[in-house]
Ligand binder design. Sequence first.
Ligand code: G1P
Length: 297
Amino acid sequence: MTNKVTKAIFPVAGLGTRFLPATKSIPKEIMTLVDRPLIQYAIDEARAAGIEEFIFVTSRGKGSLEDYFDRAPTLEEDLKAKNKDKLLDVLNGTNMESGAIAYIRQHQALGLGHAIWCARRLIGDEPFAVILTDDLIASETPCLQQMVEAYEQTGGSMVAAMEVPADKVSAYGVLDVESEDGRILKVKGMVEKPAAGTEPSNLAVIGRYILTPDVLRNLENFKKGAGGEIQLTDAIADEIAQGRDVYGFCFEGERFDCGSKAGYLQATVSFGLEREELRDELMAHLEQIVAMKRAAE
Ligand code: G1P
């Protein structure tokens, strides 16, 4: 079995109902952060980590995601004819090598674990990454790259981890930590969306994973967990029960929950302020509206 992580699964079958009506006709993953769809950030992060094969687990109504990664020949010709080289570079940056992307349908919404299981034949007997596009992480070294580097030392399955406020913990997969060594946590248990008051810690699983193929075998049991869904967290927890090492990784970076409206707006402002061409105008506007709102209160 190779230890190199070259495949990543992007579960994108969710309906994105929290963003209705926007998501009535566009997939959530195409929603824009400044000028790039959310999915582009995830792809760029995966590429930086050495991923070569990109597996999308989709559902009905996600066709525009496939189109997004297709070449746009008319647009390319038009930009070429007008010598718009910079825009052409931007456009070319989204091109994917033929054969590098695969789309698998999840026919029933049975949970995140089930979505990952749907991609099992494309993974085979290799470790693989999972990226949840809702979790956007701004960091100097892309989060998945940090994890791949840590995984080269540890082996075993690894999940991104972060401390979250006490009143939010039960919305996540939560780690029960045995020991820690710098950013690497040895995990002795994991529980998906624990009932308030029963959380083993305030360390939440964030949407970046490096998993061994054993997790796929555990998913075959179709065990229903929190919310009646087949949970990825449970299949990773089963690995611990089976005597395999599982790790949490406390990444460097700021995480935005783009699955919530507040998180998505915060990400938009933060990523906007990072852009040189937007910073001054945006900052001035923010200062002005905050002052006005304060004065009106
Ligand atoms: C999923 C996972 C959960 C994890 C979270 C991170 O939950 O099931 O373990 O903590 O992503 O964002 P969801 O947000 O889909 O409810």
